[in-house]
Design a protein around this ligand. Structure first.
Ligand code: PBG
Length: 328
């Protein structure tokens, strides 16, 4: 039989060795960044109902988790605090308390595991009484006032040992303001990983339970997070953050936004990270538990898809498990 000049694409898929030889991308432990939730207490771990298998950890246990991550070849951790209720306030001032839970976690991990990178999320939702990422007055998110608070928050985090400041609030101009402030304080070496293309997404639901902001949130975040109908707008956001001084950028959520990762990869020459967010994790876990899909296969396939799309790395709740498996 002769068709298309006798070209048979299946010819190269016949054997394991041939499939290995033609494989285009790799998934390695160093691709995986591990998000962790910190809580107050000593030897304390609490379950998150919507994220089976993920626990909030007290600082001492988080140090142990950091050691395990380092030993598995994970390059960096992304830390998120579950701020005690009595410290949440309208202006989220706990965000720039130098002794807040986040800073204590950063300092403890830095002291015990200096080899691992520490990514600090900067946004007010983890500290404010209304669960919004910005300061609110009469129902309106105040851009520039929020930036002033974010700058203060980034500085206490840098002083505590953060290697990478990751603003996730989507206010305009925050990257430039944080860069200026870091440089002025002698933190030229601290990187900024900007959540540049962050969509207003239902897939953050379980995360909001994890940090305790979900039940507080009134309304939505659509005046600052992006409309999922748009893709050109993501390129404008990314271009602006790079101009303002972002060292690397993030696209979030992950799997439903692979097209954005690929467009960003083709358009910009900076490292790009994808965040496989809490709702994506929950979907795989719950579908796996229901016997609808093979859970382990789904984890691997979903992570690999990010590499194929062009991501340099992936923030994923599967990081430790997968780094251990891939490293063998
Ligand atoms: C905001 C922030 C969110 C996530 C990371 N940083 C939630 C939000 O924007 O509402 C979500 C991550 C996830 O869902 O896993 N500080």
């Amino acid at each position: 039989m002769s068709f298309l000049g006798g070209r048979r694409l299946r010819r190269m898929r016949q054997t394991e060795w041939s499939r290995a030889m033609m494989r285009e991308t790799e998934l390695l432990p160093r691709d995986l960044i591990w998000p962790l939730f910190v809580i107050e207490g000593q030897n304390e771990r609490t379950a998150i109902r919507t994220m089976p298998g993920v626990e909030r950890l007290s600082v001492d246990l988080m140090v142990e988790a950091a050691k395990a991550a380092r030993d598995a070849g994970i390059p960096a951790l992304a830390i998120f605090p579950n701020t005690p209720d009595h410290l949440r306030s309208e202006n989220g001032a706990e965000a720039y308390n130098p002794d807040n839970l986040m800073c204590r976690a950063l300092a403890a991990i830095k002291a015990a595991v200096p080899e691992i990178g520490l990514i600090a999320d900067v946004a007010l939702d983890e500290y404010s009484s209304d669960g919004q990422d910005g300061l609110v007055r009469d129902g309106v998110i105040l851009n520039d006032e929020t930036i002033a608070a974010m700058v203060k928050s980034a500085l206490v985090q840098a002083r505590a040992g953060a290697d990478i400041i990751a603003p996730s609030d989507m206010m305009d101009g925050r990257v430039a303001a944080i860069r200026d402030a870091l440089d002025a304080e002698g933190f030229e070496h601290v990187q900024i990983m900007s959540y540049a293309a962050k969509y207003a997404s239902c897939f953050y639901g379980p995360f909001r339970e994890a940090v305790g902001s979900g039940s507080r949130l009134r309304g939505d975040k659509r005046t600052y997070q992006m409309d999922y109908a748009n893709s050109d707008e993501a390129l404008r956001e990314i271009a602006q953050d790079i101009e303002e001084g972002a060292d690397s950028i993030m696209v979030k959520p992950g799997l439903p936004y692979l097209d954005i990762i690929r467009r960003a990869k083709d358009a910009f020459n900076v490292p790009i990270y994808a965040y496989q967010v809490s709702g994506e994790y929950a979907m795989i876990e719950l579908a796996g538990a229901a016997g609808a899909i093979n859970r382990d296969a789904a984890v691997l396939e979903s992570l690999w898809a990010f590499k194929r799309a062009g991501a340099n790395g992936i923030l994923t709740y599967y990081a430790l498990e997968m780094a251990r498996k891939l490293g063998r």
